[in-house]
Design a binder for this molecule. Structure first.
Ligand SMILES: O=C1O[C@H](COP(=O)(O)O)[C@@H](O)[C@H](O)[C@H]1O
Length: 802
């Protein structure tokens, strides 16, 4: 058993510990506990479907001679009618399940007899009701649980009333308030709701439910990651993951919830909460200690801060065709109904060094072709199979490799975890049982069932059962904290506002291909909106993993360019690999000389690099000096200023000593590159003074379409670029505007020179360079020749392929 499986057992122990502490405290302190459960909305849909069953399980497990319960359902119907309805609900929905035996049946009858009905309308009725709670003679400790299964619009007033008459928190009584999502309809209203509730209830007594966090497979995600840490964690990043799909498809419609749904729509109903919570669990840094709920929460929130708010072009919406008809029968704002999305797909981006560039697709809809909810991690493929990607025994060896957390339903026999056999052999923890899926007929997520390792949860509990138990025990891990709630809203609030009156696509109930969509750069588009792409990209969202560059093209990329090292990659990988390279150079320099000198070019090309470096909190900034390769003669506040760009994208985000920042003095008290100010000489002096051997550890250069590099342009007097007497000089750009630049003798002395070339517009100059055989003085870049160091070209596919 792996270390983490043992940890998992320990976690179970922790839970038992929670329970034992409770039981022992009753016994040793001779403490008798009575718990009053008050379920507001006790005859409603949710109560009927899940909550009473959940409370019955709690009662079964925890009621004994020291611990008693009573239950009240509060509803809107008058007493007699309500009582009758409640009995019917309890009789039909509370079940013994597998453990159908006499003891269970007895317990069930006892439970049903304990549930009373109340119809409370006035403040006075609430006051009297609360005074009568926990009047058990024997009990020394009382628990009050108020579960609000009521419309969210009534939360604030109900919490206020309850807190006034029923909220007790002292040595004898504890109180818990349970609320169901959605919490607010945007960031502002969520914050406002939270503020109001906080006036009456302490955060510690609030339990915000997102029932997806109670699902058995969801509870296994972090444990699975931890128990497979060695194999899985190195793969869970931008380098290996092609995309992640987080999906919740339903076959049911809105049914009789139109009034509620009209105000909410699918994004607020399930995407802002359930699906984004799932995203967090698979993408957050893995906490070191899974029993430390504080650390887990910190990692979750750290990740959520890095999720970019969804953009309007990154979201598609639809509505099933019968929705409007259903809405007519319901109360509420009908004019709003035509904008209510019952389907949405959104493209999310995480801007951190682990996930930059990976698309996260969150998708949910009602009245679709199947019921299935899952997280599907699809790994990149760069395999070119000349004779088909099988091993000859018709088992897929390479394609596609995926890890799936099947949370509900779908094509699998039971929710569980699926790992492509070609990916790795997982370690299953004690909470999971391995199963073999042998059906040859249907595919599971595009793959044969036999191509997966598959395990299911041993404890197939209903989400509400486990959440109700966690809440009773006061274990808060599975509930939504206020901080997290607000971070979740920050991701969704802006887009919700901008698409409020967007006309949605009408789709047929069941299977409707017009909802198929694809990622187009940073946008999502319905496939049949771009007919020409249909053939190539049909069903791209579901099955295809397309390499960015074809295997044949990849074979043709050499390892050198112009006789120097070449790194050629897809843009985003290029930047990340360049950032890693710079960090390595820094680490080596610091090991040898205790300091790292980095000279940076300006312009647009290096901006993503700056941003990636800015994110790296481990970078040794405190012993790094940042220099400028060149500068435009403009005010430092001008958006053309190279320094401003370096400052805004890098310097202001890092902890670098002020005296380690060496900007070129082009703007001296508002005088821009006055020759008499001798800014070039001052910079040169600074270089000489600080760099003993005049060697930068790394110089980052760019390449212009005309072959210029730094601010050394074709057409200038090249002798001046090369003169040993001068290291820094004023120069002129093509349009004759003034610049300041490091000169070649200084550049060529550097230990590492990096030339970054990105984008199709640079293809022409690369072509020209590849065709010339000797140094061509008309092209300044050809004069860059390290005296005693390395030169590496970093070129993206766009520039390479054109
Ligand atoms: O929260 C919600 O979830 C259900 C689906 O839950 P599941 O556990 O059956 O996957 C959804 O139907 C409902 O609209 C939404 O409010």
């Amino acid at each position: 058993m792996s270390f983490y499986c043992k940890l998992m057992s320990k976690m179970k122990l922790l839970l038992y510990f929670c329970i034992y502490v409770k039981i022992f405290s009753f016994i040793f302190a001779y403490e008798l506990q009575h718990t009053d459960v008050v379920l507001l909305g006790g005859t409603g849909d949710l109560a009927k479907k899940y909550l009473w069953q959940g409370f019955f399980s709690l009662f079964q497990k925890y009621s004994n001679e020291n611990s008693s319960f009573s239950f009240t359902a509060i509803g809107r119907t008058v007493y007699e009618e309500g009582t009758k309805k409640l009995k019917e609900i309890l009789t039909s929905s509370v079940k013994c399940g597998k453990e159908k035996n006499d003891t269970c049946e007895e317990k069930k009858s006892e439970f049903i007899s304990l549930v009373k009905y109340a119809n409370l309308k006035t403040q006075y009725e609430y006051e009297t009701f609360c005074q009568n709670l926990s009047k058990k003679e024997m009990s020394t400790k009382n628990g009050h649980i108020f579960y609000l299964s009521i419309p969210p619009s009534a939360y604030e007033s109900t919490v206020k009333t309850l807190s006034e008459y029923c909220y007790r928190n002292d040595n004898e009584t504890w109180t818990r308030f349970v609320l169901e999502k959605p919490f607010g309809r945007d960031l502002e209203s969520a914050q406002q709701q939270a503020n109001t509730i906080a006036e009456y209830v302490q955060e510690t007594d609030l339990f915000r439910i997102d029932h997806y966090l109670g699902k058995s497979v969801v509870k296994q995600i972090l444990l699975f990651r931890k128990s497979n840490k060695e194999t899985l964690e190195p793969l869970l990043n931008r380098q290996y993951v092609d995309r992640i799909e987080i999906v919740m498809k339903e076959i049911i419609g809105v049914k009789d919830r139109t009034e509620f749904y009209n105000q909410v729509g699918v994004i607020r109903d399930v995407m802002q909460n359930h699906l984004t919570e799932l995203l967090t669990l698979v993408t957050m840094e893995l906490p070191r200690n899974l029993t430390d709920s504080k650390e887990i929460e910190e990692q979750r929130n750290r990740l959520l801060i890095k999720v970019r708010p969804v953009r309007e072009s990154g979201i598609l919406t639809g509505q099933y065709s019968k929705y409007l008809e259903e809405a007519i029968g319901a109360k509420g704002n009908l004019s709003q109904s035509k904008y209510t999305p019952t389907f949405a797909a959104a493209l999310l981006k995480i801007e951190n060094s682990r996930w930059t560039g990976v698309p996260f697709i969150l998708m949910s809809g009602k009245m679709l072709d199947e019921r299935s909810s899952y997280i599907r991690i699809i790994f990149r493929e760069r395999i070119f199979c000349v004779t088909g990607c099988t091993d000859g025994n018709s088992s897929h060896m390479h394609y596609p490799r995926q890890l799936i957390f099947q949370i509900g339903h779908g094509d699998v026999p039971s929710p569980g975890i699926l790992v492509s056999k070609s990916l790795f052999k997982p370690v299953w923890c004690p909470g999971l049982t391995e199963l073999s899926v042998t059906s040859k007929d249907s595919l599971i997520h595009g793959q044969r069932p036999g191509d997966f390792h598959y395990a299911v949860s041993k404890d197939k509990h209903e989400a509400y059962k486990s959440l109700i138990e966690d809440m009773y025990l006061g274990c808060k891990e599975s509930f939504v904290t206020l901080e997290r709630l607000l971070l979740l809203w920050k991701i969704w609030s802006p887009v919700l506002e901008s698409i409020e009156t967007r006309v949605t696509r009408i789709y047929k109930e069941g299977a409707d291909h017009s909802l198929n969509f694809r990622i187009d750069n940073d946008h999502l588009v319905f496939i049949n909106d771009s007919q020409s792409d249909i053939l190539e990209l049909e069903d791209s969202i579901v099955h295809d993993v397309k390499p960015i560059i074809s295997p044949t093209d990849m074979l043709m990329i050499p390892s050198t360019f112009m006789g120097e090292n070449l790194v050629c990659k897809d843009l985003i990988f290029l930047f990340h690999s360049l950032a890693d390279r710079i960090k390595n150079i820094a680490v080596m320099a610091i090991q040898k000389r205790n300091v790292f000198h980095l000279a940076l070019s300006g312009g647009n090309s290096p901006v993503p690099l700056f941003q990636i470096l800015a994110e790296d909190s481990d970078f040794p900034w405190s012993v790094t000096h940042i220099w400028q390769v060149d500068e435009r003669c403009v005010s430092q506040k001008s958006d053309k200023s190279n320094f401003l760009s370096i400052y805004q994208n890098l310097i202001r985000h890092i902890n670098i000593p002020f005296f380690n920042i060496h900007f070129m003095p082009v703007d001296i008290n508002g005088r821009i590159c006055e020759e008499s100010d001798k800014g070039d000489n001052h910079y040169e002096e600074a270089v000489k003074y600080i760099l003993d051997d005049l060697r930068f550890d790394a110089v980052l250069l760019g390449l212009g379409k005309d072959g210029h590099t730094a601010s050394l342009f074709p057409g200038e007097k090249y002798s001046s670029f090369l003169s040993d007497n001068k290291l820094v000089a004023y120069t002129k750009a093509k349009d004759q505007s003034q610049r300041m630049s490091l000169l070649l003798p200084l550049i060529n002395k550097a230990r590492d020179i990096i030339v970054l070339v990105t984008g199709k517009s640079k293809h022409g100059i690369l072509q020209t360079l590849s065709e010339i055989t000797s140094n061509n003085a008309k092209i300044p870049i050809t004069l860059v020749k390290p005296a005693d160091g390395n030169l590496t070209w970093y070129i993206d596919y766009g520039a390479w392929m054109g």
